[in-house]
Design a protein around this ligand. Structure first.
Ligand SMILES: [Ca+2]
Length: 470
């Protein structure tokens, strides 16, 4: 936009135009538009705010577009694409940033959605179409984009799966979708609110795995070839239940990656210092183990190579993500009191000759530079109804995780080659033993802390519930 144009008192700008062709039995086309409305400001004389599009990020799995989503070279307030969706399940999805580089705050004055030039009252049965904030919240009138700020929108168009014959288009459809977002400057003394983008949103698709193990001891029995679905999707709004599945934008790239950013709510945060649950925070566990902060279920690590006293996950914690991998999260407390399985701050020292000295105090452990930690038995108990103390010698608690199958994703539970994972807790009867989730038999077991053959590292994040859409 040239400076001369900026002096106009009002102008209509196609801030976002999306065109697509959907070829089903036929084809569909669509528009999505944002416009600048008349001036309503008292701060500035003219309205020609510097709002524009930037950074289109196509989602993996999208069909190859006939014309990829593209911001117009000569007008960064225009964005177009064309796409053909030829079979059920085909989709095209991308993120785009909306930036306000103006010195004044702007308001979405009106949001108008059209299909083939008319207001949308109902979408065709076969079509899924949405433009939302990247965490899934609705874009509505009166929301602000503050000066210097960026909002990320997610645009998705899909040919729905599992349609009945009646709902399939009878012939080639061509649809044209249009979204108008009128903007204006905030008025003097107007109270403005920006949408608060949340870290986590409920998963729209659950992870599945084809069972290739054969676990006779497990509480839940599957047959080889069964499809296991991890976590809950049919949940009650406003409630968090063990196993509820979330996508959390932990790496801060604006994309809620339903493969690599999948977490499950375990319980509220357990504060090991006050020995109580903190209902402001949720404990969310990752869907996979990690190696150097990246998902990896092949490797196991020693918990700690120190033979004697119990110092916490000195060695294993090094694999946990740091801010370099997950810039959008941090631990509620980086330094944590260590507890045994009974919630006490004691363990038992075992000498090299095997002599036991009980009631040795447990100290704290600091997850230096880490943004995630290990799960505690206290949180596991809360989620899965396990009760400690338990008999850990005979029977080894097989079946105890029966209600918490989501904790076993990408472990030996489903296929023999994957790894188990460590819990944070010490053992009351031995400073040398540490608890881990023994996935092959769906149990909690003890292993020597210096042995690198037993378990891997599965990150847990502490998330304010107000930062979760649930
Ligand atoms: Ca992300």
């Amino acid at each position: 936009m040239g400076n001369t144009e900026k002096k106009k008192k009002s102008k209509k700008i196609w801030l976002l135009v999306i065109l697509f062709l959907l070829s089903i039995v036929g084809a569909v086309s669509a528009f999505l538009i944002i416009t600048k409305g008349d001036k309503t400001d008292t701060k500035k004389t003219n309205y020609d705010s510097n709002i524009y599009f930037a950074n289109i990020k196509e989602f993996s799995g999208s069909v190859t577009a006939t014309k990829k989503a593209e911001i117009s070279n000569d007008d960064k307030t225009k964005l177009t694409y064309e796409v053909t969706l030829s079979k059920p399940g085909d989709f095209y999805q991308f993120n785009v940033d909306v930036k306000n580089d103006d010195s004044a705050d702007c308001i979405l004055n009106a949001v108008k959605s059209k299909m083939n030039g008319k207001s949308i009252s109902k979408l065709p049965e076969y079509l899924e179409y949405s433009v939302t904030y990247n965490d899934g919240q609705e874009i509505k009138a009166n929301q602000a984009i503050k000066s210097g700020k960026t909002k990320t929108y997610t645009v998705r168009i899909a040919y729905k799966k599992d349609l009945s014959e009646d709902n399939l288009p009878k012939e080639k459809q061509t649809l044209s979708m249009e979204l108008n977002l009128d903007t204006r400057y905030a008025k003097k003394d107007e109270t403005i609110e920006e949408v608060d983008i949340k870290l986590c949103k409920r998963a729209s698709v659950l992870h599945t795995f084809i069972y290739t193990n054969k676990c006779d001891d497990c509480a839940i029995t599957h047959n080889i070839g069964d499809v296991i679905t991890y976590g809950n999707q049919n949940t009650t709004n406003g409630e968090l239940k063990s196993g509820d599945a979330f996508d959390c934008d932990v790496n801060g790239d604006g994309v809620y990656d339903n493969k690599k950013e999948r977490f499950y709510y375990v319980s509220d945060y357990y504060d090991t210092t006050s020995k109580s649950f903190n209902s402001d925070y949720a404990t969310l566990i990752y869907y996979n183990n990690v190696k150097a902060g990246e998902p990896n279920n092949k490797f196991t690590y020693a918990y700690d190579y120190n033979y004697g006293d119990f110092y916490g996950p000195v060695f294993s914690h090094a694999q946990l993500p740091s801010a370099r991998e997950w810039s959008n999260v941090k631990l509620f407390k980086e330094t944590r009191q260590l507890l045994n399985e009974n919630g006490e701050t004691t363990t038992t020292a075992i000498s090299l000759k095997g002599a036991a000295t009980p009631n040795i105090p447990l100290g704290t452990f600091t997850y230096t530079d880490k943004v995630a930690r290990l799960l505690t038995i206290q949180e596991l108990n809360q989620a899965c109804g396990i009760t400690f103390p338990c008999t850990y010698i005979a029977g080894l608690q097989a079946g105890k995780l029966g209600t918490c199958e989501y904790l076993l994703e990408n472990t030996r539970y489903a296929t023999p080659n994957f790894s188990n994972w460590w819990l944070e807790n010490a053992h009351v009867d031995s400073a040398i033993s540490v608890w881990y989730v023994s996935s092959s038999d769906n149990a909690i077991r003890l292993a020597p802390k210096y042995d690198s053959n037993y378990a891997g590292v599965r990150p847990v994040i502490d998330v304010l519930k107000s930062n979760i859409l649930y």
